[in-house]
Design a protein. Structure first.
Length: 358
């Protein structure tokens, strides 16, 4: 048996024994990564965290976090093919934010506060520097969500990934007091407050990459719809809505939250509407961000395709009581969000649109 640090063991017949490193797995690099990211994880600590990295599991005390009768809520997600751009441009520092965002933005739609996060990083050959950059982004995302990074897994799997490639998955666990779940009380006439996205977020990138390929541009080309390079613009991290969403919930009058991910406005808003209710959205009620105009023009995308593939500039929709819409909109603005009254809940089913994007 070859133990770590014994790569030069000689077998009984005089031949040099094989090691895990010979198979392409560097345990020492993995240990070095753990040591490097411990301070990053420590910086995300919050009430309830009971232990640091390095054990077989992580502990969290719900009572210490302030809960009396908690219900746990869990969410998991990845970054998708946006990773391909990060890999091809060697820009690894923001996709970790995307990973956290995709999990905690889903979780908060249930009315839960994210408490802790775990990540899974898989690659063929571990680069400590690249992996540490990714985890730095994860830690930044956790801080934005007031969520502790309490553990994770780094898997080095030779033969499974091409050189330089990696994959990410994330797992968020949150809690709410019993009886505080969303959606709740959605009615016809409720107002839809659209909270602006930071860009494409982390959905639709297979189509994005195809459009860019057809444009003849590469990732280093000047961005045709903004500053910097095209690759950097398309790597703009997903906005994290946890703090404003929880503030709305505490303020009263919030009936539902819809995270606009894969499926766009067309498919995600109906997920929080009761049977027999639909929505009417005024497409002219918010400005279409330039990135979406460029994608539509370059790809020849129909409006219907845009609305079911991308967020079209709205990353989260808050469904609120009509008599609270002005106050809650003001609250969102005070927290740094750009918000628009984009429509209302109606009788019927599905999402109907009036007007045109942009």
């Amino acid at each position: 048996m070859v133990r770590r640090g014994e790569n030069d063991m000689v077998t009984g017949d005089g031949k040099r024994g094989m090691s895990y490193a010979d198979a392409g797995v560097d345990i020492d690099a993995g240990n070095a990564l753990v040591e490097r990211i411990k301070p990053l994880a420590a910086a995300t600590a919050r009430k309830g965290v009971m232990d640091g990295l390095g054990g077989f599991g992580a502990l969290f005390d719900l009572k210490a976090a302030g809960y009396n009768d908690p219900v746990l809520v869990a969410a998991t997600d990845g970054v998708g093919t946006k990773l391909r751009i990060a890999i091809d441009t060697a820009q690894h520092d923001s996709v970790g934010i995307d990973l956290v965002a995709m999990c905690v933005n889903d979780l908060v739609c249930q009315g839960a506060e994210p408490l802790f996060f775990l990540d899974y990083f898989a690659t063929g050959k571990l680069s400590v520097n690249h992996a540490a950059k990714v985890v730095e982004g994860i830690a930044t995302g956790c801080q934005q969500a007031n969520c502790a990074l309490i553990g994770g897994e780094t898997a080095e799997m030779p033969g499974m990934y091409e050189a330089g490639d990696f994959d990410l998955a994330g797992f968020a666990v949150g809690a709410m007091e019993r009886g505080d779940a969303l959606p709740a009380g959605v009615k016809a006439g409720d107002v839809l407050l659209g909270i602006a996205s930071s860009g494409v977020h982390s959905n639709g990138y297979s189509l994005v990459r195809k459009i860019v390929e057809g444009s003849g541009l590469d990732w280093s080309a000047p961005c045709p719809f903004g500053a910097g390079s095209l690759g950097a613009a398309l790597l703009t991290p997903t906005r994290i809505y946890v703090k404003p969403a929880l503030a709305l919930h505490r303020a009263g009058g919030l009936h539902a939250l819809a995270h606009i991910t894969g499926g766009g406005l067309t498919e995600n808003l109906p997920r929080v509407l009761p049977e027999g209710l639909g929505a009417m959205i005024d497409l002219g009620s918010w400005p279409l961000p330039p990135v979406f105009g460029w994608l539509a023009d370059q790809g020849g995308l129909s409006q219907a395709e845009m609305l079911k593939t991308f967020n079209a500039g709205i990353g989260m929709i808050a469904v609120v009581a009509p008599d609270r819409a002005v106050q809650l909109s003001k609250l969102l603005g005070e927290m740094g969000e750009t918000v628009s009254n984009i429509g209302q809940v109606t009788a019927g089913r599905g999402v109907q649109y009036r007007g045109r994007l942009g």
